[in-house]
Ligand binder design. Structure first.
Ligand SMILES: C[S@@+](CC[C@H](N)C(=O)[O-])C[C@H]1O[C@@H](n2cnc3c(N)ncnc32)[C@H](O)[C@@H]1O
Length: 222
């Protein structure tokens, strides 16, 4: 855990994160292209696949874990006026960006909690939607993460998001192991498309998994 939290504290402090995750700027677009084989259009495509099942006019409770800097989700939350939104992340540095972004964008129906996905500080069945973007390949204890995200979701609730999957591109897998794992950003073992589908099918009553290169986007009903 400490290697991962140090890595993201550094990413939060240095300000490089947003460009890398959105595939923008010189460095971000090079990383996107070289590591993931994506251009900005594909980046936007997988991000919208990950959130498209969330009703924009929902009026229940939504939990996002991990929120990171909020660069991908604050524009969505800006439009979700009726939802009660809770964001959680382990890194104070990353989440500080999300909090100030929410303030800058005038998003009022939102709260931030520092915590560990493996021990979520929420009661069972408390959220209508649980969103997890680019986190499941990062969390060191994946079984605990999947199980906690399931526990806090209401029966009939929606679990959606996206994660890196191995086995789709040899080049991407090589970069992930060589740099992202060594740097503490990603933590193996990683799911493949089939192991992710099978894991979700064992937990949820309805499961949809779509892939775009090495990103899997999922949408499941508890
Ligand atoms: C790749 S970022 C994804 C952030 C955001 N969802 C996005 O797509 O931009 C991974 C995030 O997971 C957070 N994280 C790592 N381990 C965690 C844990 N055990 N519990 C909660 N958050 C964690 C990191 O601090 C980091 O902000």
């Amino acid at each position: 855990m400490s290697k991962t939290s140090k890595a993201f504290d550094f990413a939060g402090r240095s300000g490089i994160y947003d460009g890398v995750i959105t595939g923008t700027g010189l460095f971000g677009s090079l990383v996107s292209k070289i590591v993931w084989g994506m251009d900005q259009k594909k980046d936007l495509e997988y991000q919208s696949m990950a959130t498209k099942s969330i009703p924009i006019d929902m009026d229940g409770r939504l939990l996002e874990v991990p929120v990171g800097t909020g660069v991908l989700t604050m524009p969505l939350y800006k439009c979700m006026k009726n939802a009660c939104i809770t964001c959680l992340d382990y890194s104070k540095e990353m989440m500080a960006h999300a909090e100030s972004r929410a303030v800058r964008m005038g998003i009022k129906n939102i709260g931030f909690v520092r915590g560990d996905v493996a021990a979520l500080p929420f009661s069972d069945d408390s959220f209508d939607v649980v969103l997890s973007m680019n986190g499941l390949h990062v969390f060191p204890d994946k079984n605990a993460a999947f199980s906690e995200l399931f526990r806090v979701l209401k029966p009939g609730g929606l679990f959606c998001g996206c994660t890196y999957i191995m086995g789709e591109s040899k080049k991407t897998d090589w970069f992930i192991n060589k740099f992202y794992v060594t740097g503490g950003y990603f933590n193996p073992p990683f799911d493949t498309r089939e192991s992710l589908r099978s894991r979700l099918n064992k937990m949820y009553s309805s499961v949809n998994v779509e892939t775009l290169l090495s990103e899997a986007c999922f949408s499941c009903i508890k």
